[in-house]
Design a protein around this ligand. Structure first.
Ligand SMILES: Nc1ncnc2c1ncn2[C@@H]1O[C@H](COP(=O)(O)OP(=O)(O)OP(=O)(O)O)[C@@H](O)[C@H]1O
Ligand SMILES: [Mg+2]
Length: 230
């Protein structure tokens, strides 16, 4: 039986067939503001707080200071874990594209991290314009993560109004699982819903489930189905 990690996101373990399969790379796709960063911080914080699993958060856009601040609003305090070298933020530097994965690897080894977040993999496409090169880099990244036995949430951005589950159409090719976050209009209100699109070795739900972003983070309702008008 494959080991599964508790996500720390209420409802997520129920819809994914028992949690995030150990060692897999899960793509988390959604439009701006759908809660991708929140879910990722929830996931690493759960590891630190409740499972003695260390973590790394690689951020391409937001500064570590900004993520630290918003996380503290939700009640997740990373600083004590940073001091104990159980957790580290890695900020991407656009002038050293090629070096980022070496840096990530050494940080993972240094902290003994098991839970890893990449926020976002789509941002890499802004610096690496060639699709083949971008694919090669994402593949190299996945090799590093698999060799180090990390379980990874990899964020992918969806441009609102477009089809597909990623911005560049290549982000999903290394993923063992894909989770899509929707933000759609139903009459007058916008509703949030999540779907496990695919997840290797998992008897996951194939329904759309409503979720909320609350003062305690993302909460999924696994017992309900969400409907969007065509
Ligand atoms: N305390 C809170 N209570 C309710 N909702 C909140 C709270 N804090 C943030 N939100 C919601 O979360 C959204 C931001 O979530 P988050 O930054 O995780 O999204 P994201 O998908 O990472 O966005 P981006 O693509 O811009 O990086 C806000 O737009 C807001 O709707
Ligand atoms: Mg974000």
């Amino acid at each position: 039986m494959i080991k599964r990690l508790k996500s720390g996101i209420p409802g997520f373990d129920e819809i994914s067939g028992g949690g995030i399969p150990k060692g897999q790379i899960i793509l988390l796709s959604g439009a701006p503001g759908t809660g991708k960063t929140t879910m990722c911080t929830q996931y690493v914080y759960e590891g630190l707080k409740s499972h003695n699993e260390n973590g790394i958060f690689l951020s391409f856009e937001e500064t570590s200071e900004s993520i630290r601040k918003t996380s503290a609003e939700f009640g997740w305090n990373f600083e004590e874990f940073e001091r104990m070298n159980k957790f580290s933020f890695v900020k991407y530097d656009p002038y050293h594209v090629e070096e980022i994965f070496d840096l990530l690897e050494s940080k993972i080894r240094d902290t003994g991290a098991h839970r890893v977040v990449i926020d976002s993999i789509s941002a890499l496409g802004l610096y690496v314009r060639d699709k083949a090169e971008l694919r090669r880099m994402i593949f190299n990244l996945s090799t590093i993560l698999r060799n180090l036995d990390c379980t990874t949430l990899m964020v992918s951005e969806i441009v609102p109004g477009t089809k597909g589950i990623s911005r560049h159409g290549v982000e999903e090719f290394v993923a063992d699982g894909v989770v899509v976050l929707y933000y759609e209009r139903n009459n007058l209100a916008f509703n949030r819903a999540v779907q496990v699109w695919k997840m290797k070795s998992s008897n996951h739900s194939n329904k759309l489930h409503p979720y909320k972003i609350t003062e305690n983070g993302v909460k999924i309702n696994p017992a309900e189905e969400a409907y969007f008008k065509e």
